[in-house]
Structures are given as structure tokens and as C-alpha cells.
Ligand binder design. Structure first.
Ligand SMILES: [Zn+2]
Length: 210
């Protein structure tokens, strides 16, 4: 049982364990953070960013929400992105989704009355479905959800590329590279779906002119 008191006990043990190996670990980390990667992932408890890439505290700047979305009117996500790019100067942004994503599965269903707020968040995934409707309705129905999960990840990477934050950073600093990854709940493995960088040609209607 993961009760809050059990979690606090586990935290003490974790901290002691790290300090026994490296007494300076927290003291040096407390001075500053220098992560090279921003991770935009799903809130799903089975896909913890640091754990699946074997990273230590301080190595990854993390933003997670339902179905790893980059909504360009979401000040939460955009603030994280801007801070990561302008202050932390990260070299890579990874959008990581996962097969078996409950958010994407829910987006394939009619809207539920008890989820009036979440419904609105999921509408953006329904838009990804509509954008790729022809492909999604002609493939093997058993593969439809997995494919929408992949297309949703790819779409979020393009949304990042369409922001002024990324295009300005590409122009002036040639960073970050943008990556779309999908995680398999069944095998714990990550697979690459798309990579964009400063050489990527942006469609004129999305181009940011400074
Ligand atoms: Zn998910």
C-alpha cells in the first residue's frame, strides 16, 4: 500500500541511500540545475520520465499532462517550454507518449458527462483523429488506437515546431532538436517516431517572422 506515511518513509530511505554513496549529491544539486533535456510526457503513472531512461535528479526537466499534449494556448506547457529553452537552454525536447494511453482511448469515445473539463482537453486529440481520419478508418481496426497514439505524438512535435519559442531558438541557437517517442507498456522500451531540428522547413503559414 502506497499510503502517504509509507511514501515519506521511503523518501527518508532513498535520501539516506544516496547520501551514503555520495555525501555531496544533494548539496551540489541544490546549487543549480543544468538539464539538457525537456520531457513532455503523459501523466500516466506507468511512464515515469526519469525512471524509463535511467536518469538521475537534475538531468531532465519534466512537464506531464493527460496524453502528452502541447496545446498552444496552454500557459502551463508554454511556460515550461519557454523556461527550458530561454533559461535552461536545453538541447533536446522529447514528447513521449505510450501505447495503451487512456487519454487517447477516451478521445475515441463519446464525451462523458462526468468529465466535462477533461473532455475539452481530449477534443484536441479528436482533432488529430479528424486530420488523419482516412488512414485511421482504413487500417486494421485493432491497430487504430495504437496508430492514433503515434499520430498524436507526431502532431505534438509539429505543434512545438510551430511555436515562436522554438523557431526563434532554432534561428539564433540552432537548438533544440525535437523528438517524438512512443513507450511500450508491455516491454518498457522507447521507439523513435519523428525528429525535427533547426534545418526543418516550416510551412509558410506557421512560420515565425521576427
Ligand atoms: Zn497516457
Amino acid at each position: 500500500m502506497q499510503t502517504p506515511s509509507k511514501l515519506l518513509l521511503e523518501n527518508k530511505a532513498w535520501s539516506e541511500n544516496i547520501k551514503s554513496k555520495d555525501p555531496e549529491f544533494f548539496l551540489s544539486l541544490a546549487k543549480e540545475q543544468r538539464p539538457e533535456t525537456l520531457w513532455i510526457g503523459c501523466a500516466d503513472s506507468r511512464v515515469p520520465a526519469e525512471t524509463v531512461v535511467n536518469a538521475q535528479p537534475g538531468e531532465i526537466f519534466v512537464h506531464r499532462n493527460i496524453a502528452n499534449q502541447v496545446i498552444t494556448t496552454d500557459f502551463n506547457c508554454l511556460s515550461v517550454l519557454q523556461y527550458a529553452i530561454s533559461v535552461l537552454k536545453v538541447k533536446h525536447v522529447i514528447v513521449c507518449g505510450h501505447y495503451g494511453c487512456g487519454g487517447v482511448q477516451a478521445a475515441l469515445q463519446p464525451q462523458k458527462a462526468d468529465l466535462v473539463i477533461a473532455n475539452k482537453w481530449l477534443l484536441h486529440i479528436k482533432d488529430v483523429y479528424r486530420l488523419h481520419q482516412e488512414e485511421l478508418e482504413t487500417i486494421d481496426p485493432r491497430k487504430k488506437t495504437d496508430r492514433l497514439i503515434e499520430l498524436n505524438i507526431i502532431e505534438q512535435v509539429y505543434r512545438l515546431a510551430h511555436t515562436s519559442i522554438i523557431q526563434s531558438s532554432w534561428k539564433h541557437g540552432h537548438r533544440p532538436s525535437l523528438h517524438g517517442w512512443v513507450y511500450g507498456l508491455q516491454d518498457g522500451l522507447l521507439n523513435e517516431l519523428i525528429t525535427l531540428d533547426h534545418k526543418t522547413e516550416i510551412s509558410p503559414i506557421y512560420r515565425y517572422a521576427e
